[in-house]
Design a protein around this ligand. Structure first.
Ligand code: MN
Length: 198
């Protein structure tokens, strides 16, 4: 059994009044579901795509990641579309499943590597290809999920000494780009005794 501590930092692109990125964290007794969404471009149309995606993740939270992605594809068809990452941490089985489509990165600083296969396409448009990756998790593992408003050059290991929220804040501050919405989510796993709340 593991427990998960999550920190999120988000910033709206300079000159915009609404954020085109969105995220959802759903905690259930045996798992935590994380979605980080980048509505295409920025501004109100991107915000609407991200908002709609968050709504669908909440509605369809019980689906497998592949089925959830399918539901998102249908639900976002009326919007501009989005890139996104979906991560499910099975706290009861010490496992993780993750998939990403487009420029939302999932980086694991984990004992057992997660072989992420970057998905192609834009969710909400035809021909999206994405395959969930799975791995084991253990106490001390960290997952970092970020949109392309954070420079890809960020060295996520540099922030390992910081707790989740401070790490997310620091990565955004030091590697956020001003011309795009930016979201950085950090999930830290800890060993926890049986029966405690994840
Ligand atoms: Mn973006």
């Amino acid at each position: 059994m593991i427990s998960v501590e999550i920190g999120v930092s988000q910033r709206t692109a300079v000159g915009e009044s609404v954020c085109g990125d969105g995220y959802v964290v759903v905690r259930a007794p045996s798992s935590s579901l994380i979605a980080v969404i980048d509505g295409l471009g920025h501004g109100p149309a991107a915000h609407e795509a991200a908002r709609k995606a968050c709504e669908i993740v909440l509605e369809c939270q019980r689906l497998s990641l592949a089925d959830l992605l399918h539901a998102l594809g249908i639900g976002l068809a009326s919007t501009r579309g989005a890139c996104l990452a979906l991560v499910r941490i099975h706290t009861d089985r010490d496992r993780v499943a993750a998939l990403a489509v487009g420029n939302v990165e999932v980086v694991g600083i984990t004992k057992h590597p997660i072989s992420m296969v970057p998905g192609r396409g834009i969710v909400g448009r035809p021909r999206v290809v994405a395959r969930p990756a799975e791995s084991s998790l253990t106490g001390g593992d960290r997952l970092v999920v970020f949109t392309d408003g954070i420079s890809r050059r960020v060295n996520v290991r540099k922030y390992l000494h910081l707790p989740a929220q401070r790490a997310a804040d620091s990565m955004l501050r030091e590697h956020g780009v001003s011309h795009d919405d930016a979201t950085c989510l950090v999930a830290d796993c800890r060993e926890s005794s049986e029966g405690s709340v994840a």
